[in-house]
Design a protein around this ligand. Sequence first.
Ligand SMILES: *[C@@H]1O[C@H](CO)[C@@H](O)[C@H](O)[C@H]1NC(C)=O
Ligand SMILES: *[C@@H]1O[C@H](CO)[C@@H](O)[C@H](O)[C@H]1NC(C)=O
Ligand SMILES: *[C@@H]1O[C@H](CO)[C@@H](O)[C@H](O)[C@H]1NC(C)=O
Ligand SMILES: [Cu+2]
Length: 256
Amino acid sequence: MKYSAVFFAITAALAQSASAHYIFSKLVVNGETSSDWQYIRQTTRSKNYMPTKFSSTFDNLTPTGSDFRCNLGSFTNAAKTEVAEVAAGDSIAMKLFYDGTIAHPGPGQVYMSKAPSGNVQQYEGDGEWFKIWEKTLCNKSGDLTKDAWCTYGMSQFEFQIPKNTPAGEYLVRAEHVGLHGAQNNEAEIFYSCAQIKVTGSGNGSPSLTYKIPGIYNDSMKLFNGLNLWTDSADAIESDILNTPIGDDVWNGSGSS
Ligand SMILES: *[C@@H]1O[C@H](CO)[C@@H](O)[C@H](O)[C@H]1NC(C)=O
Ligand SMILES: *[C@@H]1O[C@H](CO)[C@@H](O)[C@H](O)[C@H]1NC(C)=O
Ligand SMILES: *[C@@H]1O[C@H](CO)[C@@H](O)[C@H](O)[C@H]1NC(C)=O
Ligand SMILES: [Cu+2]
């Protein structure tokens, strides 16, 4: 029994780091939750541990690297990752590993990119990305270091594939940005990509698209300079607006 206290301390420490550091691993389609990494590309890091940062990284990956698209090494797992069929207009969710919840303050967003060849299992994500979901501040008088943020405490992001999304195979990239280290250029970015096949007869065409990497850089105050403990909610909102995180999500408009 004398080991139980030590065991408890270690378990508690592990549980704490698991809840502070999270990773999207499951896809929820038609109310059914997949296995871990069934439809989401797994990283080749030895641990399912994140985040990616601009500075003080633990694995040399930064948001300027091509693996910022879908996670370190994950393209090498693309062929063995299944492709989930989703009708345009349906809502799906990307859910965190190990029953985790989002334990850091900051915005959450979902981007999509169509596989130009039609085969997402062979697509690196070097094409155009567009944004379909965004959650920033939900309570501007709340605690900016915690629950002022819509995503704080969420265990999954639930979002709609826009009704007018053209049929085809896509990467769907969920991302959460923890801003608690942004004052030291240490914003923490957590992201993974699901592989889906959109069905239907949508003919929309997103007007605003991005490249990953390239979408974010550390000249943006949101990632480098913002301080959640001293800045006002209005100042933070304006920092958000000066990044793609402040751009409108695509609503299905335009036609291809
Ligand atoms: C927003 O935060 C304030 C301050 O913590 C709190 O009193 C209020 O109930 C919150 N509003 C909502 C809608 O949660
Ligand atoms: C950062 O991104 C902004 C907006 O896209 C751009 O204007 C700026 O040149 C970029 N800065 C660097 C250092 O890449
Ligand atoms: C959708 O977005 C387009 C382009 O930003 C805009 O012109 C249009 O009014 C929006 N439609 C709806 C229904 O919000
Ligand atoms: Cu963290």
